[in-house]
Design a protein. Structure first.
Length: 252
């Protein structure tokens, strides 16, 4: 193939990518990039079911352009301590699904459903429609800035695990999800303790000046909560040091 023919082929391929979308849609935000930069889909196809596969609809496509909304979503994610279980952007835990991968794979509507109808071990933050949209805009934006990873098997346990020390001593009031042990506990009266010993867990019962739980402070709390906070409503747990070691290990 000659140079001129090759350049013509490249031009036609590029034109096909653009024209497949603009046959039905008015061009907009052309300075951002191609249609798929904001909407995904398959630009090269004029068949609707193919072109719109995995489509990011207009409701969520402003994750590149609406910086104010993205910042608001980031604040909700931070205030809700989502990273104690999930990887978001360059940070976060591994107890539950990697939300970078989820945001790159699924549609905004799918993510909205998961935020609205949470699984058994995820806290229900009772986000309203507007808040969920802001969270999704931030998730899409954060994921778009991460380098692509090779597909790796990932298992997130969301079913009850075998009963252990946590289940026996804490699970009546609390629940949590762990990376390797699955879901633990059935209680809803106490806080969801997923990611308790991470820097992302937000506590309202620690003394002033203490931002995060440590293993030492947690041991003190379990044995006598009022030694840590005089206003604590949780009763002391009657537990041996051996059993306490097991509880801490499960939480970690």
């Amino acid at each position: 193939m000659g140079t001129r023919a090759f350049l013509l082929l490249i031009f036609l391929m590029s034109a096909a990518e653009v024209f497949a979308c603009v046959k039905c849609h008015e061009p907009h935000y052309t300075e951002v990039g191609t249609c798929s930069a904001c909407h995904r889909g398959e630009m090269r196809s004029s068949r609707e079911n193919v072109a719109h596969a995995g489509l990011i609809t207009a409701k969520y496509s402003s994750f590149y352009t609406d910086k104010k909304a993205v910042a608001s979503g980031e604040k909700i994610v931070s205030d809700s301590a989502c990273r104690r279980c999930h990887a978001i952007g360059a940070e976060g835990g591994t107890a539950a699904a990697d939300l970078n991968a989820s945001a790159m794979k699924y549609t905004g509507e799918y993510l909205d459903d998961k935020l609205k109808n949470v699984n058994e071990y995820m806290p229900d933050f009772h986000f309203n429609d507007a808040e969920r949209r802001l969270v999704i805009l931030y998730l899409l934006n954060a994921a778009s800035k991460q380098p692509e990873k090779a597909n790796e098997p990932y298992v997130a346990y969301i079913t009850p695990a075998k009963k252990g020390a946590f289940e026996k001593h804490c699970g009546g009031c609390h629940r949590m999800i762990t990376r390797n042990g699955g879901g633990k506990g059935t209680g809803i009266e106490g806080a969801n303790l997923s990611g308790l010993l991470t820097k992302y867990f937000l506590s309202s019962v620690l003394p002033a000046g203490e931002k995060h739980w440590t293993e030492k402070r947690l041991r003190e709390w379990i044995k006598n909560p009022r030694s840590v906070n005089k206003l604590a409503v949780m009763p002391p747990v009657r537990i041996t040091d051996t059993e306490l070691d097991k509880v801490i290990k499960e939480i970690k």
